[in-house]
Design a protein around this ligand. Structure first.
Ligand code: FPP
Length: 236
């Protein structure tokens, strides 16, 4: 395995789905309508990712800091997740998609926890795409939890207790920050920030991001391929 390539053969894309609220408000709609349109974009993106050969897709659906939102918005989001799990499980089975939810479960209500457990169990053998929905998720808390559970404090142990390294992180909605998403896993992720509001994110946008990613040289702290052999060219 070259140090210039990812250590994993499956491509892991992570997406911070931002802009639902602004999309809705800009249309004179309640924010919840933006989240519903965002759920449609999730469906489109999952389908597109599978077609583009993505191995792991991690979507930031609800951060542990999102509990600070107005109770009616939190409640609308939780209902949407519940509905999504119930409605999409069959489709995931059909398309070989394994659905997982990452994040804390103890603050979710019991019906949602059960829906998650059912969806995860029903799709566990999906071979084509691993779809990870982050709900009540904090990257810092995930690292702390991994450290608590690990027998040893090493990169391998913590890395194993967390998730696969992210190759490409996309954030929509025009903001340029990580917002506590997959902090360890994004150590060498390529970053793409898009002005597109999440509900408008399309299969073409995903394909475009992938094309841009494939044009980038990943060095993982090393030097670009070919440069080591021509060191004298850049010593001055
Ligand atoms: C950020 O937009 C989005 C969220 C906090 C929620 C993400 C949820 C979805 C995409 C909907 C459904 C998801 C699933 C998995 C069914 P924002 O509300 O912060 O937008 P703003 O920055 O414009 O206010």
């Amino acid at each position: 395995m070259s140090i210039y390539s990812s250590s994993q053969s499956t491509l892991h894309i992570a997406i911070i789905m931002d802009g639902n609220g602004r999309w809705a408000v800009g249309r004179g709609l309640p924010r919840a309508a933006g989240h519903r349109a965002g759920a449609q974009a999730v469906r489109r993106t999952v389908e597109a990712a599978r077609g583009l050969g993505v191995g792991v897709l991690s979507l930031f659906a609800f951060s542990s800091d999102n509990w600070r939102r107005p109770p009616e918005e939190v409640s609308a989001l939780m209902s949407l997740f519940h509905h999504f799990l119930n409605a999409e499980t069959e489709r995931c089975i059909e398309h070989g998609i394994r659905l997982e939810v990452i994040g804390r479960r103890d603050r979710l209500d019991e019906p949602l926890r059960s829906a998650i457990a059912r969806a995860e169990a029903a799709t566990v053998s999906g071979p084509h795409l691993r779809l990870r929905l982050a709900v009540d998720y904090s990257g810092r808390d995930a690292i702390l939890e991994a450290a608590r559970r690990s027998a040893s404090l090493s990169r391998d142990a913590l890395g194993g207790a967390l998730g696969p390294p992210v190759d490409l992180l996309i954030r929509t909605g025009g903001e340029q920050r990580l917002s506590d998403f997959l902090l360890w896993e994004c150590a060498y992720a390529e970053l793409i920030f898009s002005r597109r509001m999440w509900p408008d994110f399309s299969a073409e946008d995903l394909a475009g991001a992938l094309e841009s990613f494939r044009g980038r040289e990943r060095k993982f702290g090393g030097v670009p391929c070919g440069m080591a052999a021509h060191k004298e060219l850049w010593l001055d």
